[in-house]
Design a protein. Structure first.
Length: 198
């Protein structure tokens, strides 16, 4: 997996020989056009934020990740070459890599002292409708999946990418992606049903 700080903007992949729908916009960003960057943010913000929220389950951290993604777009847009790499594939990979950086930091940080008493405030999902509560339950279950399975499921089912697009973002074959999806769906079903038996 390439480093998020120095992603390859010139790596060719199977679906990249078509004209990129973001091509002209990226050229404007690379030229330092603030209007092009505002358009880029308006176009990409909802998808990147949804992706980061699903990966991290923390809206504040997701916003930080997306802000860093757009900063990297601003800095690295000049290195992108149309026809050699799909811009959207690269930008999704940057967002995912930044999410993994955050998840690694969470693992590394240990709580200095346990809280003295349990918080008596109502739970965050108190008062949610049945649909909202189910959505929260699924989001929580997604966090229980292996990271690559979670990534595959989020890209295909929540980012509405084709298997080929998701495989390109993950830098794996379509067969490998489909295997991750199958294992992820089975694991998700076990988590949601509470069925731990093999």
């Amino acid at each position: 997996m390439p480093c998020a700080a120095h992603p390859s903007l010139t790596r060719a992949s199977d679906d990249d020989m078509i004209e990129d729908p973001d091509g002209e916009l990226v050229k404007g960003v690379a030229a330092g056009d603030p209007a092009a960057m505002r358009t880029m943010v308006a176009r990409k913000l909802p998808r990147f934020l949804a992706l980061a929220n699903r990966m991290l389950a923390d809206p504040a951290e997701a916003e930080d990740v997306v802000q860093e993604t757009f900063l990297r777009i601003w800095k690295h847009a000049g290195g992108w070459r149309q026809g050699r790499a799909r811009f959207d594939t690269w930008a999704h990979r940057v967002t995912i890599n930044l999410c993994y950086d955050r998840l690694r930091k969470r693992r590394d940080v240990l709580m200095a002292e346990p809280p003295e008493q349990m918080d008596q405030a109502p739970l965050p999902d108190a008062g949610l409708t049945g649909r909202e509560a189910e959505s929260r339950r699924v989001d929580k279950a997604l966090l229980g999946l292996a990271p690559r399975q979670r990534e595959a499921i989020i890209l295909v089912y929540y980012q509405d990418m084709s298997n080929q697009e998701a495989a390109n973002v993950m830098q794996i074959s379509v067969d490998a992606l489909e295997s991750l999806l199958a294992r992820g769906r089975r694991a998700l079903q076990k988590i949601l049903t509470g069925d731990d038996d093999e």
